[in-house]
Design a protein around this ligand. Structure first.
Ligand SMILES: [Zn+2]
Length: 447
């Protein structure tokens, strides 16, 4: 294709496609301009502590969606509440990475924190797990140097405040990717800029145990106040308006580690349990367990009735002064019970006991029980588990559907643009073809 052809196509675009082209350019530039003004509007005052609050997700990235909860909305509401509360303190400047429902790359969020020279970046999140079993609150921090130490010290205060409300402490954790750097993008990018970043997973949206701590009307704002208090306590701020002064609060500073602080990738060293009572009438089994992990901490325990093939819900692992946790579980009716207990550490590593009890627990009237026993010996399948799995799949599909709807709006706009440009290109090409043919004919006429 010669230069003349390009020129002619450009001419055609100018003639037929200038407006759509301009509209497309404006649409592409709009978000960029928005962010740019956001940053330049913010002037950094000299000696103030600078904290950047990052509402996780946003735009077409909704985060966790469950039972009417949408993570990106919760995080934004919480972030606004953090800012409002923190601005009641002296000597602090607070920025939000986003203050509306917009898409934002993780690198962009970290770059913004760098731009305003942040002392701390808090990325706010709400959690959800695949099997809906996990519950509690946790903090993720960098595995490296000063960012680890600051992250650890802030998170200690944060989790102390949240667990005082009744939330279960899932711990302060690091996570590495296959290259051996921080796994989470926002932490990795911030650490590269020497800005300590903490991901706060306030609670789980999909778990019964956390239900008391996620009411739409109360908790997103309440978490904001609690997060702000943790920041104020960490930096030793005071507020006349609130009548609080944390400037004399002492907290032991974590030493800056030399190497990286790796997560615990091994299961608990041991998990032992004994059955103390089996009630054959009711199917109630009582016992005690004790587990140990030298690298991290035991977080949950759980029980299997099918010899360790499947485990049920998770329970808090809270040992008494002798290091024992007492359990009381209900064996499933009309099934052969093969009891095993397992303990999980804060990184999800699981260790289980030997088979603790095996037998038939029938708490049906005698005649019925015998009949059921015969039926069951013929088909010893875990029907309950199967239907439970089905329920879970349904929920997950529902979730996927909701985020797909958000995506499909964006997809539709893109599709319309693509379709428009295809038609335009065909038009231009057609016009060019006709033109060329016509000119050729004319030239032929001349010759
Ligand atoms: Zn999230």
């Amino acid at each position: 294709m010669g230069l003349g052809v390009v020129k002619r196509i450009m001419k055609r675009i100018m003639k037929y496609g200038l407006m759509p082209f301009l509209i497309l350019m404006v649409m592409l530039c709009f978000p960029i301009t928005l962010n740019a003004t956001e940053i330049t509007e913010k002037s950094v005052s000299e000696n103030a502590i600078v904290v950047v609050i990052d509402p996780g997700h946003g735009g077409k990235n909704a985060g966790a969606i469950y039972g009417g909860y949408i993570e990106k909305t919760l995080t934004l509401n919480t972030a606004k509440a953090v800012k409002e509360e923190l601005e009641k303190y002296d000597g602090i400047k607070v920025y939000l990475t986003r203050d509306s429902d917009v898409d934002m790359e993780l690198g962009e969020r970290a770059a913004f924190a760098k731009e305003v020279d942040a002392d701390l970046l808090l990325s706010l999140h709400y959690n959800m797990s695949e099997l809906h079993k996990l519950f509690g609150t946790e903090c993720w921090i960098s595995a490296f140097g000063r960012c680890y130490a600051v992250g650890k010290d802030f998170s200690t205060i944060e989790l102390e405040i949240l667990t005082k409300e009744g939330l279960y402490d899932r711990g302060i954790k690091t996570r590495l990717n296959s290259r051996g750097t921080d796994y989470y993008g926002i932490i990795r990018s911030s650490t590269e800029n020497d800005i300590p970043a903490v991901i706060i997973e306030h609670c789980h949206l999909d778990q019964e145990n956390d239900k008391p701590y996620m009411d739409h009307n109360v908790w997103p704002q309440k978490y904001g106040v609690l997060d702000a208090t943790a920041v104020a306590r960490y930096f030793g701020l005071k507020s006349e308006q609130l009548g609080v002064d944390y400037s004399n609060e002492v907290h032991e500073a974590t030493a800056v580690p030399d190497g990286k602080v790796s997560p615990d990738d091994t299961p608990p060293e041991w998990c032992e349990a004994e059955v103390t009572e089996v009630d054959e009438e009711t199917g109630m089994i009582r016992g005690k367990l004790s587990a140990y992990d030298p690298d991290s901490r035991i977080l949950y325990y759980t029980v299997s009735f099918d010899g360790g093939k499947t485990f049920g819900e998770y329970y808090r692992y809270e040992p008494d002064e002798n290091g024992d946790v007492y359990f009381e579980v209900q064996a499933p009716d009309k099934k052969r019970t093969r009891l095993i207990v397992a303990a999980l550490n804060i990184y999800g590593g699981l260790s289980q006991t030997e088979l603790l009890y095996e037998g038939w627990l029938n708490y049906l009237p005698d005649e019925e029980a015998v009949e059921e026993t015969i039926v069951i010996t013929r088909q010893p399948t875990g029907l309950d588990e199967a239907s439970k799995k089905l329920d879970e799949t349904d929920v997950m599909n529902e979730d996927a559907g909701a985020s797909k709807r958000v995506q499909s709006v964006f997809g539709f706009v893109l599709w319309v643009l693509f379709f428009g440009f295809s038609i335009l290109s065909i038009g231009v090409a057609w016009k060019y073809f006709i033109d060329k043919k016509w000119r050729k004919n004319k030239e032929n006429d001349k010759n």
